[in-house]
Structure formats: structure tokens, C-alpha cells
Design a binder for this molecule. Structure first.
Ligand code: NAD
Length: 379
């Protein structure tokens, strides 16, 4: 394709967290350009965001419906929509775009509830259009290396998994101060029923299944709300059982004071184990039962083809969050370009899509149920 793919964003208004990250990541490889958006539910704020992003002011819309209506009538209309809003809008925006023949890249969680995710799965299937989900951590080269090691059974059969995602930013009732990221995340109507378990637990859950290639089959979760007056969970511990007999723990919290974005995964097989930290993403520790411990570095020529395929810089030039995000966009762009050519929707296998979205929503629903009945639940 001789031109860049045209992206329309929903969300990402003034002061938003992830919308601007989507723009940076989408445009990093020169395959995509932000050209339109409904950046806020306020027309004025949408216009202000459009100006700051440098798009044609006439393409900063007052609502996502207006954007889809206008853009489908243009010859140079958008090729896909990115959804970077609070969770309650993920389904309606995705549905409106897909029904209008526009592909979707959505931020996680896929929807606000599990029932919505099932509905979205049907919409995606009947539209036959590309749908990607930005589980950012799947874009790191050393996460791909860990996945390759598991796929090649280098560690032997997997016996144990330990994943934790610890943040401290909700240690106080920030939502009562008007802080916008905290406000919608603490409101069940805008966020959905899973608080911390949905916001970051889904990332941890996705990482486990993505790296090991094993599905979680049952879970015993304990969710609680630590900060008085908060309407949703902010702290969770869960025991997992996985296919093949492995067991695991998943811990997530947004009241772990002092923690910033502490996502850490450990996977133990019969012969060895791996350990990866999101805050130190250019190193993967590989420990062997019968050999010395290794540290694999990003961009090392010895890495797997899957890891090297998503490496941009020579070793010692750290890649981070934006680059990992950009990997997902590059794969989405490749899938969309292929779809435009052949009209067959086959996204790269490494890119999380609707299946991962449904799994994530099932995880939230199961965790809430397990915690409510204080017992193991099947998936
Ligand atoms: P945010 O509050 O910072 O931004 C949300 C934006 O959506 C705001 O600009 C708001 O004005 C806009 N918005 C609300 N209603 C709208 C509407 N009707 N039309 C258009 N825009 C509207 O939230 P955030 O932290 O950026 O999170 C947004 C989404 O991204 C959430 O689903 C969250 O789970 C996800 N997220 C993902 C990651 C990741 O690592 N992949 C990280 C952070 C957030």
C-alpha cells in the first residue's frame, strides 16, 4: 500500500492517559497516521485535542457517531478506529465502527462485561473485519522470547506460574478528588464490575496465557476493597489451575503503596524457569535446574526469530512501553493491509484479538464469582 493507513481515535482528549500513547505508537513505524477523532464527549475539548494532535480541525468531531457518519462518506475516510475511552464505550464504539465497515483497534478490557464481550465476538465474526486488542505487554521482544521458550518446551512441562501486577496509585481515595483516571475506574457504570481485577488483573491473566500457551481452567480468587467508600475491588489474590496440570498464583493490587507499574511474570518448568519484569523489560532471566543462570538481553543475536522480528534497535539501546505498543500497531497495520488486498481477515497470530478479549472478560467475571461464593470456579 502506497499510503499510510488512516486512523480515527475515540477518547484521548485533553489530560487523557492512553490516547496520546496510541498516537505515538501507531505512528512510530510510518504505516499509520491519525487523521480524525472524537476525542472527548465535549465538542470543544474534542476540537482542542484535535488541534494539539495537528489534525484538520474539521475532522475533530463532537461524537463517535458523527465521526463514523462523516468519515464513511469521505473518499479519504478513516481505515480504522482506535478506542481509548472508559470501558463502557468499548462495545458501542466497536459495534458502530464494525457495522459501518471500519476495522477496530481497541484498548483493553474488550468491553465492560462478559455478556458484552460475547456480543462483540459475534459482531466481529459477522463483520469479518480486523479487530486488535492492545494488551501492550505482548509487544515486548522478551515477552515474545519467553513465549518462544515455552512453545519450544525448552523449560520442560510447565509446573508453576506466578504473576503479579502491583500498583500503588489508588492507595488513597483519589476518585473523590476529581482525578479523571481514578473517577471512571471507580464507577461501576463506566468501568464495569471488576475494578483492579479488570484494569490490571486482565493484563496479568493475558500475559500468563500468552507466554505459556496454556489456558487457565479454574480459579479461586479473593477480591477486596481496601480504601473505605470505594465501589470496586482494589486488591486481589487468586490461585490458578492451568491445562496440563500446572498451578499458579495471580496477585494484583492498586493499593500496593510505593509500587508504580510492577508487572512481573515467573514460569517454572521441569528443567528451568523464566522471569520477566515490565519495569526492566530489556532483560529476561532464564534459570536452569542443571546449569548456570542466564540473562538474555533485548536485541541479542541469539534470541528467537519471534523476538528479533519485533526488535528495532541494537543491544544496549533500551526499548520500552511505546515501542511495545508500536509492535502491536505494526502487526495490526500488516493485518489490515492484507485484508484490504485479499478481503480475508487473518491477523498476525502474535497480535491479541477478540479471543483474548473474551478470555479477559471471562476472567473478570469468574474472579468476581469465585470471590463472591468463596470457592473454586471453572472457566
Ligand atoms: P482517561 O480517563 O485518561 O481517558 C479517557 C478519554 O476518553 C478522555 O479523554 C475522555 O474525555 C474520553 N471520553 C469519555 N467519553 C467519551 C465519549 N463519549 N466520546 C469520546 N471520548 C470520550 O482514561 P485512560 O487511562 O486513558 O484509559 C482509557 C482506556 O484505555 C481504558 O479502557 C483503559 O482500561 C485503557 N488503558 C490501557 C492501557 C494499556 O496498557 N493498554 C493503559 C491505560 C489505560
Amino acid at each position: 500500500m502506497s499510503r499510510r493507513l488512516r486512523m480515527g481515535m475515540v477518547g484521548g482528549g485533553p489530560g487523557a492517559f492512553i490516547g496520546p500513547v496510541h498516537k505515538m505508537a501507531a505512528e512510530l513505524d510510518g504505516k499509520i497516521q491519525l487523521v480524525a477523532g472524537a476525542f472527548s464527549q465535549s465538542a470543544e475539548r474534542s476540537r482542542a485535542a484535535g488541534l494539539s494532535f495537528g489534525i484538520d480541525p474539521s475532522r475533530a468531531y463532537a461524537s463517535y457517531q458523527a465521526m463514523i457518519d462523516a468519515e464513511t462518506k469521505r473518499e479519504d475516510g478513516i481505515d480504522f478506529v482506535v478506542i481509548a475511552t472508559p470501558n463502557h464505550l468499548h462495545l458501542p464504539v466497536a459495534e458502530a465502527a464494525l457495522s459501518a465497515g471500519i476495522a477496530v483497534m481497541s484498548d483493553k478490557p474488550a468491553t465492560a462485561t462478559y455478556d458484552e464481550a460475547l456480543k462483540l465476538e459475534a459482531v466481529v465474526a459477522s463483520a469479518g473485519l480486523p479487530y486488535g486488542l492492545t494488551h501492550t505487554y505482548a509487544g515486548y521482544s522478551l515477552v515474545r522470547e519467553a513465549r518462544s521458550l515455552c512453545a519450544a518446551e525448552a523449560l520442560g512441562p510447565i509446573r508453576k506460574v506466578a504473576v503479579e501486577y502491583l500498583q500503588g496509585w489508588l492507595s488513597r481515595p483519589l476518585e473523590t478528588t476529581g482525578q479523571k483516571q481514578a473517577a471512571w475506574r471507580s464507577d461501576p457504570a463506566l468501568n464495569g464490575p471488576g475494578g483492579c481485577i479488570g484494569d490490571i488483573g486482565t493484563h496479568a491473566f493475558h500475559l500468563v496465557e500468552y507466554v505459556t500457551g496454556l489456558k487457565v481452567t479454574s480459579m479461586n480468587a479473593a477480591l477486596r476493597t481496601v480504601v473505605p467508600g470505594r465501589k470496586l475491588d482494589d486488591d486481589c489474590n487468586a490461585l490458578l489451575r492451568l491445562e496440563g496440570g500446572a498451578s499458579g498464583t495471580l496477585m494484583c493490587s492498586q493499593v500496593a503503596a510505593g509500587e508504580r507499574n510492577g508487572l512481573r511474570l515467573r514460569v517454572y518448568g521441569e528443567k528451568g524457569s523464566i522471569e520477566w519484569h515490565q519495569e526492566d523489560p530489556n532483560r529476561l532471566s532464564v534459570k536452569w535446574l542443571d546449569g548456570p543462570e542466564e540473562t538474555r538481553h533485548a536485541a541479542g543475536g541469539y534470541l528467537s526469530p519471534d523476538a528479533l522480528a519485533v526488535t528495532r534497535l541494537p543491544g544496549g539501546h533500551p526499548e520500552g512501553y511505546i515501542e511495545a505498543f508500536a509492535v502491536l500497531y505494526r502487526e495490526f497495520a500488516d493485518g489490515l493491509i492484507a485484508w484490504r488486498k485479499d478481503n480475508a481477515c487473518v491477523l498476525p497470530a502474535m497480535l491479541p484479538g477478540i479471543q483474548a478479549g473474551v478470555r479477559g472478560m471471562r476472567f473478570i467475571e469468574r474472579a468476581i464469582e469465585s470471590s463472591r461464593i468463596e470457592a473454586w470456579v471453572e472457566f
